[in-house]
Unconditional design. Structure first.
Length: 370
C-alpha cells in the first residue's frame, strides 16, 4: 500500500512538473540512449530512448517508448494479431540506468547538436505526448517500434527527415535479424518459420537500435556532426551462452533421424500430420494478424496442409497428393537456396523428402498388387 501511495505522489508531481513545461537553459542537452541486447526475448534487439538533461532546471528525464503491459487482456492474442498497444513512459535518469546496470546491458549515449529552440520544441512535444493519447502506439515489428518512434521525434524537431539508414540496405531483413538469435535456437527457428516473404525484402528501412546509432554517428547538418559527444554509460557484458544440445539444431536433427529410422508408416504419417497442422496455422494466421511480416509465407510449401488429409485419402488420391507435395517441396528447396535460414530448415526438408519417397514406393507396391 505504501508503494502505491508513493507512486501516486510521484505521478502527481510529474504531472504538475511537466504541465508547466519549464524553459530549458543554454546548458540543456538532448541525447539518445542505445541499449544493448539482453538475455530475454523481448530485449533481443536492444532498445532506444531519449534523454533531456538541464542542470539549471534540475531536470534529467528519459523518455522511453518501449513500455507495454503484460496485464493487458488477451495479451498474447493481441501481440500475434498486431494490435498490442505500446506506450511512452518518462523516468529519471538514475532509474533508467539502474535497470541496465542491474542486467549488465550496454548503454551508449550520443549527445545531439540541437539548437536551444529545437531542444525546447522536442521537450514540449514529448511532454504533450506523455499526457495525451499520443503516448500510445500500435507496435509493429519493422514499421513502428521504440527506435522508429525516437527517430521520428528527432526528425520532427529538425523539421526534416534527415535521419536515414546508413547500414547495408542490399541485404534482407531476415539476414539482418539472423545473428540476433545466435544463442536462442528455438526463437530463431520459430521466427524464421512464422515470418513470410516481407522479411526477405531489402532492409532499406531503419528499425533497429544499432542502426539508429550508426545513422546518428554519420549524420552531418550544415557540414557539422550531429553527434557532438558519445559516451558509454554502462559497459555491459556479452550474453553468450554455453552450448546446449537441447538448444541447438542437433536436437531437431536427432528427433528427425529417430522418425526416419523407425521406418514405420504410422510414424511417418503422424509426423506429416503435425507438419500439416503447422502449415494450416501459417496459412490462416495471415487472415488474423495485422503484422505484414507473417503474410505470404512460403514455408507452407514445406509444412504442407495437404498432409492433414493424407491418412484419409484412398490409394489413388494418396499417390496424387504425394506427387503434388513432392513437387511443392522441390519448389521450396529451390527458393531456400538463397535464404539465410536454409540450414535451419534442412532437417525438415531432408526428412519430408525421404518420407514422401518411402510412401511413394509403398503405395506403388500396393497398387501393383491389386
Amino acid at each position: 500500500m505504501a508503494k502505491k501511495i508513493l507512486l501516486f505522489f510521484f505521478l502527481l508531481n510529474a504531472t504538475l512538473f511537466f504541465s508547466q513545461n519549464p524553459v530549458l537553459s543554454d546548458n540543456s542537452k538532448v541525447s539518445v540512449f542505445t541499449c544493448g541486447k539482453g538475455a530475454e526475448l523481448y530485449s533481443t534487439f536492444g532498445h532506444t530512448a531519449i534523454r533531456i538533461k538541464d542542470s539549471i532546471n534540475n531536470l534529467d528525464v528519459v523518455y522511453n517508448y518501449g513500455a507495454f503491459d503484460f496485464r493487458t487482456e488477451n495479451f498474447y492474442l493481441k501481440f500475434v494479431k498486431g494490435d498490442l498497444q505500446y506506450f511512452m513512459v518518462a523516468t529519471s535518469y538514475e532509474e533508467f540506468i539502474y535497470e541496465y546496470q542491474y542486467d549488465n546491458r550496454e548503454v551508449i549515449e550520443q549527445t545531439l547538436n540541437f539548437t536551444l529552440n529545437q531542444k525546447q520544441q522536442l521537450f514540449e512535444r514529448l511532454n504533450a505526448s506523455l499526457f495525451s493519447d499520443d503516448k500510445s502506439y500500435t507496435y509493429k515489428f519493422i514499421d513502428k517500434n521504440c527506435t522508429i518512434m525516437v527517430a521520428n521525434k528527432i526528425n520532427e524537431a529538425l523539421g526534416k527527415n534527415l535521419i536515414q539508414k546508413v547500414d547495408n540496405k542490399s541485404i534482407s531483413y531476415r539476414t539482418v535479424l539472423y545473428p540476433y538469435f545466435e544463442d536462442h535456437f528455438w526463437y530463431k527457428l520459430g521466427i524464421n518459420i512464422i515470418f513470410g516473404k516481407r522479411v526477405d525484402a531489402k532492409a532499406e528501412q531503419l528499425f533497429l537500435p544499432v542502426e539508429l546509432l550508426n545513422s546518428l554517428d554519420k549524420l552531418r547538418i550544415n557540414g557539422k556532426p550531429f553527434v557532438i559527444e558519445k559516451n558509454t554509460i554502462v559497459k555491459g557484458q556479452d550474453f553468450k551462452t554455453t552450448f546446449s544440445f537441447f538448444n541447438s539444431i542437433y536436437c531437431i536433427a536427432l528427433v528427425v533421424l529417430l522418425i526416419i529410422v523407425s521406418n514405420k508408416n504410422q510414424v511417418f504419417l503422424t509426423y506429416l500430420f503435425v507438419l500439416g497442422l503447422l502449415g494450416l496455422f501459417l496459412s490462416l494466421v495471415g487472415f488474423y494478424s495485422l503484422h505484414r511480416e507473417v503474410l505470404w509465407n512460403y514455408n507452407v510449401l514445406l509444412f504442407n496442409p495437404i498432409y492433414l488429409a493424407l491418412p484419409f485419402f484412398n490409394l489413388n488420391w494418396k499417390k496424387w497428393s504425394i506427387a503434388i507435395c513432392g513437387f511443392l517441396l522441390l519448389v521450396y528447396s529451390i527458393v531456400m537456396t538463397t535464404k539465410p535460414h536454409l540450414i535451419l530448415m534442412l532437417p525438415f526438408i531432408v526428412s519430408v523428402a525421404y518420407i514422401l519417397r518411402k510412401l511413394v514406393i509403398k503405395y506403388q507396391l500396393l497398387s501393383s498388387k491389386k
